[in-house]
Ligand binder design. Structure first.
Ligand SMILES: [Cu+2]
Length: 166
């Protein structure tokens, strides 16, 4: 009977430490800056994410072709202008502060570009639930795996400590 209880304790330690560590990793992930790559041409914004995490700064690595282009964000009560000069036939980085959950537009504020089609809608989602599906930040989709790995390592550590103190 005692043996059974002991293995139950080990299992509990394993699960608890795994959950705690995974929780910490998810919280860190939710606050980490997020970077996306977009392509601006006459007249479209290509590769923009459809979902972005709330509460974390946003950076767009822009490759622009044709006319000068830029990026701005509005919707959900905000109106964010570009952080950098227009980009023409080259690359640049346009950054924005963290956004709250809601629906926004990412558009080109140059001339009539927005009316000509350089306007895409995206959704900001709270927490780590928002993993970009397209045009995403490099490496981000791998994170759930590392969270799982962290949980396993924590669990193994719990098992080891439990053995030492037994
Ligand atoms: Cu433009």
């Amino acid at each position: 009977m005692r043996g059974r209880f002991g293995s139950f304790q080990v299992l509990s330690a394993f699960v608890l430490s795994g959950v705690l560590l995974a929780g910490a990793a998810v919280a860190a992930y939710a606050q980490a800056a997020q970077t996306f790559s977009v392509h601006e041409i006459n007249f479209a914004i290509e590769g923009a994410p459809s979902t972005i995490r709330a509460g974390a700064p946003i950076s767009f690595n822009v490759t622009a072709e044709g006319n000068p282009h830029n990026l701005a964000i509005d919707g959900n009560g905000v109106n964010l202008t570009p952080s950098t000069p227009n980009i023409q036939n080259g690359t640049g980085t346009v950054s924005f502060p963290a956004l709250q959950a809601g629906t926004y537009h990412l558009y080109c504020p140059v001339g009539q570009h927005r009316a000509n089609g350089m306007d895409v809608t995206f959704t900001v989602v709270a927490g780590a639930a928002a993993v970009p599906s397209t045009g995403g930040a490099a490496g981000r989709p791998l994170l759930p795996l590392s969270v799982a790995g962290a949980g396993l390592i924590a669990g193994a550590a719990g098992l080891f400590l439990r053995r030492r103190t037994a």
